[in-house]
Design a binder for this molecule. Sequence first.
Ligand SMILES: CC(C)(COP(=O)(O)OP(=O)(O)OC[C@H]1O[C@@H](n2cnc3c(N)ncnc32)[C@H](O)[C@@H]1OP(=O)(O)O)[C@@H](O)C(=O)NCCC(=O)NCCS
Length: 175
Amino acid sequence: MQVERIEEMRLTADDEVQINALILAAFDDSFGDRSFHQQRHHVRLVVREANEIIGHMAICYRVIRLGTQLVTVAGLAEVATSPSRRGKGIAGAMLTAAITEVERTRAKFFILFGNRPIYAGRGFEVASNRVKYTDMTGANTAATSLSSDNELMVMAMGDEPWIGALPVDLLGSKF
Ligand SMILES: CC(C)(COP(=O)(O)OP(=O)(O)OC[C@H]1O[C@@H](n2cnc3c(N)ncnc32)[C@H](O)[C@@H]1OP(=O)(O)O)[C@@H](O)C(=O)NCCC(=O)NCCS
């Protein structure tokens, strides 16, 4: 299975239309006509079948505050496989490619907000940090919010351990 890597600034209009259709089928209509939920990402990973995008993941590269320290992280978002193609390892193949992608960066941690078994199976661990972020639901900036909903999952990319007791400031929206 070939996982294609697309830089955000190289996304075509047609790819964005296809990604929008895929994530609308996987989630809800809060994506509007966008190929991203709240803000653009940096890299997309897609799987195509007969020119149709049937799998998608987005990776963003950010700095966040963990306790008092600024820490570079990568974030995983917009994970979706076409409903008729699920259970065939498409998300698994994209996740392998995503981890390889992040290993090539200086990110100390790979983080996501989600709770699917596939993440724990690949080494992401649930983290209980209180997370401060800017609520940008519907692509409108709203209030600053705090959450500790146990949807945060973290993979350490090096020797430094993640500390679940420290507050996290995302310095922007969730992804
Ligand atoms: C989640 C989703 C992307 C999985 O896509 P997929 O291509 O069917 O995934 P795979 O075929 O690689 O794996 C299928 C299942 O096998 C299991 N699996 C695969 N690799 C695994 C591993 N290494 N360890 C444990 N379980 C594993 C998981 O149960 C996994 O799916 P799940 O996490 O949804 O239960 C797909 O169900 C989807 O689009 N769901 C709707 C959108 C969504 O929930 N996105 C994630 C938001 S956090």
